[in-house]
Design a protein around this ligand. Structure first.
Ligand SMILES: C[S@@+](CC[C@H](N)C(=O)[O-])C[C@H]1O[C@@H](n2cnc3c(N)ncnc32)[C@H](O)[C@@H]1O
Length: 209
């Protein structure tokens, strides 16, 4: 394991899971589970696996993440330090690709989707779980005000890192809504579903045709 670490995730690695549980009021495992149910059996890539806290049942899982401090905490036996934009795997190697709360951190969503397409077998599935803003304009404004106030306070209280959680607030506006982000990619978008308070957590399923 030797690659430059993202200082944000490197700093919060040891408290990441606890803070997630608190911020989601204990619901993030359920959101993840719903995504995992959409994956085929077989071999799955957990892209941006972080601390490896997703339960994939009996599937064989390979975890990939660029941040050594995060991936070192993962219980997965197969772990690779690397980025989604250049995956160190052969073509058609996986039945499924799962990626949880990673999209807003990527250098290039498009390159990562292209790489996911390459490493998936034909008919293989990508499942994305991520955060965004609610679809309705009024809720979106209220949500923006809420995250600007709440996230840095939570970051200060729990991780002594208000800056990292201000970054999370800012990142929520960094990408278009999922219907727009994934539409038109050669990985065909099959479904988008909303979860969480005001629907600010989304899941998306795409398939290699
Ligand atoms: C919010 S955490 C999510 C971790 C885990 N997937 C989860 O569900 O808890 C985002 C993760 O994306 C990773 N990440 C950042 N840039 C990445 C990239 N270019 N390719 C793959 N993973 C990346 C970070 O290191 C971090 O572990």
């Amino acid at each position: 394991m030797s690659e430059a670490s993202d200082p944000v995730f490197a700093r919060i690695a040891s408290r990441y899971d606890l803070i997630n549980r608190i911020l989601s009021l204990g619901r993030e495992r359920k959101w993840r589970r719903r995504g995992v149910q959409m994956l085929p059996q077989g071999t799955v890539l957990d892209l941006g696996c972080g601390t490896g806290n997703t339960d994939f049942g009996t599937r064989r899982v390979v975890g990939l993440d660029p941040v050594v401090e995060m991936i070192a905490l993962s219980p997965l036996p197969d772990r690779v330090v690397g980025v989604g934009e250049t995956l160190p795997f052969r073509d058609d190697a996986f039945d499924g690709v799962f990626t949880g709360y990673v999209m807003r951190n990527l250098t290039s969503v498009n390159k990562t989707l292209e790489e996911a397409h390459r490493v998936l077998r034909p008919g293989g599935v990508v499942v994305v779980i991520d955060l965004g803003r609610p679809a309705k304009p009024v809720l979106r404004v209220l949500h923006r005000i809420g995250t600007a106030l709440i996230l840095p306070l939570v970051g200060l209280a729990l991780a002594r890192s208000p800056g990292e959680y201000w970054y999370l607030h800012r990142s929520l506006d960094s990408l278009p809504p999922p219907e727009e982000l994934y539409r038109g990619h050669r990985l065909g978008l099959e479904e988008v579903w909303r979860m969480g308070m005001f629907g600010f957590v989304y899941g998306a399923r795409l398939r290699k045709r």
